[in-house]
Ligand binder design. Structure first.
Ligand code: 26Y
Length: 828
């Protein structure tokens, strides 16, 4: 009998240390002479991975045995953040690893900081996917994630005198200890070629380019449960030489190295620039690779689980499988499932359609027209000829259906159909319409957003299929976003609630309300916030060299830089504040509330206006921070290279956070939830999930301003009619920038976007001028409120106390019950 392998246990720091040392010696990645933090990180991670692999295997075996219905979450993006502290936190091994590392001459904090933050996503949508995985595992749900293994994630942002500069982020530079390559999980992927009709009428996709998708698994541990699920990411590679040479020979002689290189390009970068045709094609290849590999894998698992004693029935597929598409990026899952069922498995159209349309569901994350995906029909037909046929057939059948059951909608078909050929030069495939038509459920990500989907974007679809549309308000994982990122506040919460069950039952936070006036709690709360502020101040000093006053109000806006998110509104008001402080007498200055305004976020590399905003924030900072008349009352800091790791430091330190998008434009927002959870008060518009956050934590604890979503079109129209009269303070600030006060950079195009009556990039489409006065008033209320520290702390406690709804556990449970129809499957 071979004895079982010993795994680290919480009580056994010596065992853990031995295990780390084992990996340092026998899984070496460095020369053996040193055991510095970097080496210590990799061996620690490998030690943790042992436990993860064990649990991953047990979970897989258990799911296989029970054969429950399983969900597959398909997403082009994941923003996992660092894994080490999260993994040992979820496993309950933090103290054991801290003690073990201490015995080995290291401290856990330093070791944790060695890890690269894998940024396989852009922003909110990617981070949401990662929070969802954490909740799926924690709730013991049979669910998996599928994604792509990009070699370079989101670029690294550096700020220079020119503004934002982008650098490649090589998260795999020294390999990732968390991924397990699955050499036995490989699927063929085809591009281009043609569709042949065989003698029996069957259609077959042949020829073209062939490559392979290779699986890597990243184990995702749940919190305080054995269940450990998988994020399976695909890498593209060219097939071995002796694979199918048909395509090879049909083309000319391409040498193998070329092919290898070409295959590697597919997963080279997260978001290839798609200004060029080549870039567009690459992006479509990525989407197809993700969908095809994932669906082949899903079908294989379905068959495998049903094959032994109970042969599988295709009719049972949607009772065993549910597929969630994270926005339209994985839409090709629809025609790919149809193709696999018909062409590979021999099913007829009707059966394949019934299966597909009862399996897939679609989440919409944006109503911005420029983010709604449309693919050129020509490109699609060339790259994926069989899929284009299938899409056209789905569209044809949809037209027939409308003619039959809703003839009154026939004149709307031009906007409802999947294929849009209205512009004969550029016929396109509307991916959102394909998703809505083919999915059993479509959901938005906050109440307001889901209402807009039903009433505006998908209004006619909603009248056709009213029960198809749902809302699933986003959430965030309380593990990463409170328990682990603010241990100080967590300890206080646990002490006052007399339980740590809030970590998996976030509604328990309401129990803090009864103590909101308690002086003792307020003192402890303020101390924890101060500690977090000091920690972040030290970080800022390290990365920017700017000294920050930890007693000032920490005011933070961190998110992607976008005109609709209105970082411009923020910085314009900062300029106004700067001017007013300069006008104050010494006596008046004594009464002013010192503030540190921090902004961070990446601008898409080709988004010129967003980059100008980054530049302006930095230029304003230069002037304000070096002006000795004001710098004790106001500092402006651009937080460089914003990512998950920076967020984990910034959010716990924040006292005020800004969620100030033009109403109706931010689908949900999720950082608003993280800030509220950490007791940071929100200044914000009635947009996205702000609406629900304000309801939950109470309107007295929310600094509201700005136009409402339903008024936005009216206000834009009034503006077009020349009826808008700008506030003099708004004009004053713009003039101040024009005067050259912030340097000689040409801010013309940025300021011009705020002028005129109409036109894209003009006419103040995002209503900055409109909302400026009410924003300034809300900011004054913030200052007023901050003067009464006891009251501010009370509001901060009430903010945390009211955040229970925004746990991704709640969100995922709703998806599980109302869309996926899956049940928990805990490993015994
Ligand atoms: C196809 C391409 C143009 C594209 C690529 C990425 C389009 C959109 C995206 C990403 C969108 C995104 O991150 N949306 C955000 O999703 C969050 C999670 O639901 C929301 O909280 C947030 O409001 C929304 O902007």
């Amino acid at each position: 009998e071979i004895p079982p392998i010993a795994h680290p246990t919480p009580e056994d720091a010596f065992g853990v240390a031995a295990n780390i040392q084992y990996h340092a010696h026998y899984s070496p990645h460095f020369s053996p002479s040193k055991f510095e933090p970097e080496q210590a990180f990799f061996s620690t991670a490998e030690s943790v991975r042992d436990t993860l692999i064990q649990r991953w295997n047990e979970t897989y075996a258990h799911f296989h045995k029970v054969d429950p219905k399983q969900t597959y979450y398909i997403s082009m993006e994941y923003l996992q953040g660092r894994a080490l502290s999260n993994a040992i936190g979820n496993l309950g091994l933090t103290d054991a690893y801290a003690a073990a590392l201490y015995k080995l001459g290291h401290d856990l904090e330093t070791i944790v900081e060695q890890e690269k933050d894998p940024a396989l996503g852009n922003g909110g949508l990617g981070r949401l996917a990662s929070c969802f995985l954490d909740s799926m595992a924690t709730l013991n749900l049979p669910a998996w994630g599928y994604g792509l293994r990009y070699k370079y994630g989101l670029f690294k942002q550096k700020i220079t005198a020119k503004g934002q500069e982008e650098y490649a982020e090589d998260w795999l530079e020294k390999f990732s200890p968390w991924e397990i390559v699955r050499h036995d999980v490989v699927y063929p992927i085809r591009f281009f070629g043609e569709v042949l009709v065989e003698s029996d009428g069957k259609r077959k996709w042949v020829g073209g380019e062939q490559l392979q998708a290779l699986a890597y698994d990243i184990p995702i541990p749940g919190y305080k449960t054995k269940n450990t699920i998988s994020l399976r990411i695909w890498e593209a590679r060219s097939p071995p030489q002796d694979f199918d040479l048909y395509a090879f020979n049909a083309g000319k002689h391409i040498n193998a190295a070329d092919l290898q290189f070409k295959a590697q390009q597919i997963c080279a970068v997260l978001y290839p620039g798609d200004e060029t045709e080549e870039g567009k094609l690459l992006r479509l290849k990525q989407q197809y690779l993700l969908c095809s590999a994932s669906l082949q894998d899903i079908l294989a698992r379905f068959k495998e689980r049903r094959s032994k004693d109970k042969p599988f029935l295709w009719a049972e597929f949607s009772k065993k499988v549910s597929v969630q598409m994270n926005d339209t990026h994985p839409t090709l899952a629809i025609p790919e499932l149809m193709r696999l069922l018909m062409d590979e498995e021999g099913l007829g159209w009707d059966e394949a359609w019934t299966i597909t349309s009862s399996t897939v569901a679609y989440t919409n994350h944006t109503v911005l027209p420029e983010a709604l995906e449309k693919w050129s029909q020509a490109v699609m037909a060339k790259l994926l000829p069989r899929h284009f046929e299938i899409i056209a057939e789905i569209d044809k059948q949809f037209h027939a259906l409308v003619g039959k059951i809703r003839p009154d909608l026939e004149d709307k078909l031009s906007s409802l159909s999947i294929l849009d050929s209205s512009n004969p030069d550029k016929p396109v495939v509307r991916m959102a319409n394909l998703c809505v038509i083919s999915s059993h459920t479509v959901n938005g990500v906050a109440e307001l957003h889901s209402d807009i989907l039903k009433k505006e974007l998908f209004a006619d679809f909603n009248s056709l299929w009213p029960t198809k549309f749902q809302n699933k308000t986003n959430g965030v994982t309380p593990r990463r976003w409170l328990r682990f990122c603010s241990p100080e506040l967590s300890t206080i919460i646990t002490k006052w609630l007399r339980t740590d069950e809030w970590v998996t039952n976030l509604d328990l936070l309401t129990g803090l309300r009864q103590f909101a006036d308690d002086k003792q709690l307020q003192t402890e709360w303020a101390a924890a916030k101060t500690a977090n502020k000091q920690r972040f101040a030290k970080y800022l000093q390290d990365v920017t060299g700017i000294e920050v006053d930890s007693n000032s109000l920490f005011d933070i806006q961190i998110k992607r830089i976008h005109e609709y998110k209105r970082q411009l509104l923020n910085i314009l008001s900062v300029i106004y504040r700067y001017k007013k402080i300069k006008e104050l007498s010494k006596g008046e200055q004594m009464k002013a509330v010192p503030r540190t305004v921090m902004l961070g976020g990446k601008a898409f590399a080709t988004y010129a206006q967003a980059k100008r905003i980054v530049k302006l924030v930095n230029d304003v900072g230069q002037v304000v921070n070096n002006d000795r008349d004001v710098s004790h009352l106001l500092k402006v800091i651009f937080i460089p290279n914003y990512n998950v790791t920076v967020a984990e430091l910034a959010i716990p330190a924040s006292e005020l956070s800004q969620h100030i998008s033009t109403a109706g434009m931010e689908a949900s927002g999720t950082s608003n939830m993280k800030f509220a959870l950490n007791g940071s008060l929100i200044i914000g518009t009635l947009d996205g999930a702000n609406v629900e956050i304000r309801e939950e934590i109470g309107k007295n604890n929310f600094f509201l301003f700005g136009a409402r979503a339903e008024d936005v079109p009216i206000l834009r129209k009034q503006r077009e009619e020349g009826k808008f009269v700008p506030d003099p303070r708004f004009e004053e600030v713009k003039d101040f920038i024009r005067s050259g006060k912030f340097g000689d950079y040409d801010y013309g195009p940025l300021l011009e976007s705020l002028e005129g009556n109409t036109g894209y990039g003009r006419g103040d489409y995002f209503l900055v001028g409109q909302d400026f006065p009410s924003y300034l008033e809300a900011q004054s209320k913030v200052d007023e409120a901050y003067r009464n520290q006891a009251h501010w702390i009370k509001m901060s406690i009430l903010s945390t106390a009211g955040s229970g709804k925004f746990s991704s556990d709640r969100t995922i449970l709703q998806y599980a019950q109302e869309i996926w129809k899956i049940q928990a499957c805990p490993v015994p």
